[in-house]
Design a protein around this ligand. Structure first.
Ligand code: ZN
Length: 660
């Protein structure tokens, strides 16, 4: 073959093409690909890899033409990914984003067409084909959706209505119920003209006073003796008529005691409390902290969108009139100290310890028995031909004891670390992986970052090294089974188990994201469960290793695992923490239903399904709670910004469901 023949079908001249490559110009993606003779790899014009020497570059009209000449697809830019295959799909995605950004004043079809580079007529047609509804119907549906989620997040109603793009929100306002069960203040400070009834009952934390108006609970106080509690209530509402009413208020008091005794995940009583807009936001955020967890004042401040407001958050906590119902005891100081509590530091200690134990029990109960008794030691699988045999010692230190498996990247053994005298997992990478020095450098850096992480839900990476001409990774040896094996055996997991697996997976992601590392290949094969009922996420750094390989060696598995890849990955856009959350959502969906949320035989088909959204299979599964199905729908949103903002946020939403 010659370069000239390869260029025959190009609709662009080579100098222009080269210019596009030099500028990484996205607009040329899908119009041609370039191949590099020295590496044997072909890329899309926008590929971020190092600029090749012009002399070694060939241009082809499409991936098929490049592959016919023996070139392999680049794993970094994935020239066979969505963008190269279907420009329409990319345009639809851009159009839906543009509409989302302008729900309050949507562009006309003509304006939208101009923005995405399609004629209005063509845009209308492809939008409907891909998404299933017209751009105008999309806007309507999104407004309703956004309104609902805004209310769930605890915005004030008027703000939610405004943010949802409704000019006048009156009809919605009338229908809306606030997430806290709070109604706008019905009384003035001091409670003038108000009739308040109260009851004092015994609780695990001492005497408990609960006071209520006609509309709901207005005060919850803890103390040692009844007269002092009553005096406190009198001081809070000096101008109200107070009357003891053990019968009337008793049911609500009982509800709070039941919560304290660990029988309910939260004290669910209607509230009637005065609050400023800021206090309302803080208290709503406190209600979202799951039992067994704590947050610092600064974290709560960030959660309510006031990153500098830690002091104001502390004041709002101190002003909380309904102890326990709004769990202000779950906020602690950033330095790990418990911080103050209006009802006594000792009560706070007891309360937090009780809650921590209860949450832990919920998790172990859900996972216990899942892995079951360990099967007898599996037969000693014979390592593939050419791989080191059992008994060989790698790098003078790791003695190979058992062949565990063989994958696209290499061979995995259980080995004995002779220095530390402990079992480790050793992954020997194929010697023929085309790794660049730059790629290796990145992998080593990531392994260094993750090896410092000691977390119960993260499989530790101990070492990277060379054995002959092959690289190896040494990891913590986990005695357990993969989620993939469990699902193959049982089809799906019980709902509580699936939720707890999701929570622990989120904790692993949270700690690793905190170090600035993404996993990028979360899937059931990488999630291990121990017999003790603990989830461990494995294979950090491996995804970047594969990317660094730059090309698929013959017989190597496909880049990424498409059903778990978020749209941004399929489109070749930058990934962030929410990309891992999407994958975690796919895993959870699969664990709950035994089915993938999106199916498609090509990346384009998959991406189209993801963009289309709509009800997931989990929505029609009667065994899955509605709240959980809704959470999954948000995690699996095509747009990252519609997903939970962090692994911690996803975790907490799951925890609330787990405790329910
Ligand atoms: Zn590339």
């Amino acid at each position: 073959m010659t370069a000239v023949r390869a260029l025959d079908h190009l609709t662009i001249d080579p100098d222009h093409a080269w210019d596009a490559v030099v500028k990484h110009d996205r607009r040329f993606d899908g119009r041609f690909v370039y191949a590099v003779r020295t590496t044997g790899v072909y890329c899309r014009p926008s590929c971020a890899s190092r600029r090749p020497n012009r002399r070694n570059v060939h241009f082809f009209s499409d991936p098929d033409a490049a592959e016919a000449q023996g070139f392999r697809a680049c794993l970094r830019c994935r020239p066979r990914g969505v963008a190269a295959e279907d420009a329409d799909l990319r345009a639809v995605r851009l159009a839906s984003r543009t509409l989302d950004a302008r729900l309050d004043a949507p562009p006309t079809l003509a304006e939208l067409g101009t923005a995405v580079g399609l004629s209005p007529w063509h845009l209308q047609r492809v939008f409907k084909r891909v998404v299933g509804v017209s751009p105008r119907e999309w806007v309507e549906a999104r407004r309703v959706e956004r309104l609902k989620s805004g209310l769930r997040e605890g915005q004030t109603v008027s703000r939610a209505v405004y943010a949802a793009g409704y000019g006048s929100g009156r009809p919605v306002y009338e229908r809306a119920r606030s997430p806290l069960g709070m109604t706008p203040a019905t009384y003035r400070r001091g409670g003038r003209g108000l009739s308040i009834r109260y009851a004092v009952v015994a609780s695990p934390l001492g005497r408990l006073l609960v006071a209520a108006t006609e509309r709901g609970v207005c005060s919850v106080r803890l103390g040692e003796d009844d007269p002092a509690l009553e005096a406190g209530l009198r001081a809070e509402f000096p101008e109200a008529r107070l009357a003891a009413d053990p019968e009337g208020v008793g049911a609500w008091a009982h509800e709070i005691v039941r919560h304290l005794e660990g029988e309910t995940p939260r004290a669910d009583v209607p509230l009637d409390v005065r609050a400023t807009a800021f206090q309302w936001r803080v208290w709503s955020a406190l209600r979202a902290i799951p039992m067994g967890q704590t947050r610092s004042y600064a974290e709560v401040a960030r959660a309510v969108g006031a990153p500098r407001g830690a002091r104001a958050v502390a004041q709002a906590c101190a002003a909380n009139p309904v102890a326990l119902v709004v769990p202000c005891h779950r906020v602690v100081r950033g330095d790990g100290e418990l911080g103050g509590y209006k009802w006594g530091a000792r009560r706070k200690v007891v309360l937090l310890e009780q809650e921590r134990r209860r949450a832990e029990k919920v998790e172990t109960d859900a996972l216990r028995g899942l892995v079951g008794r360990r099967a007898a030691e599996p037969a000693r699988l014979v390592p593939p031909a050419g791989a080191p045999g059992i008994g060989e010692v790698i790098a003078g230190r790791y003695e190979l004891r058992r062949h565990v498996g063989t994958g696209g990247m290499g061979v995995v053994y259980e080995a004995r670390d002779r220095v530390l005298d402990e079992s480790v997992a050793l992954k020997l990478l194929r010697a023929d992986l085309p790794l660049s020095d730059e790629g290796i450098g990145q992998v080593v850096a990531e392994v260094r970052l993750t090896r410092r992480i000691t977390h119960p839900n993260v499989v530790r990476t101990h070492d990277v090294g060379m054995a002959g001409d092959a690289r190896f990774l040494v990891m913590e040896y986990v005695d357990g089974v993969s989620l993939a094996d469990l699902l193959a055996r049982h089809g799906r997991l019980p709902v509580p188990a699936a939720v707890v697996v999701g929570m622990q997976l989120c904790r692993a992601l949270n700690v690793v994201h905190g170090r600035g590392v993404l996993h990028r290949d979360v899937k059931p094969q990488n999630i291990l469960l121990t017999a003790e009922g603990q989830v461990k996420l494995a294979d950090f750094g491996v995804a970047s290793l594969r990317d660094a390989a730059g090309a698929a060696a013959p017989g190597m598995t496909t880049p990424g695992t498409p059903p778990y890849m978020a749209p941004e990955l399929l489109f070749g856009d930058p990934a962030d923490a929410r990309t891992d959350l999407f994958a975690a959502g796919v895993v959870l969906h699969q664990a709950l239903t035994g089915r993938l949320p999106f199916e498609g035989s090509t990346p384009t088909e998959l991406a189209a399904r993801m963009l289309r959204g709509g009800p997931l299979p989990v929505a029609s599964d009667a065994s899955v709670p509605k709240q959980l199905a809704e959470l999954l729908a948000s995690v699996l949103a095509a747009e990252p910004r519609e997903r939970p903002r962090s692994a911690a946020a996803f975790h907490d939403a799951l925890a609330v469901i787990a405790m329910w």
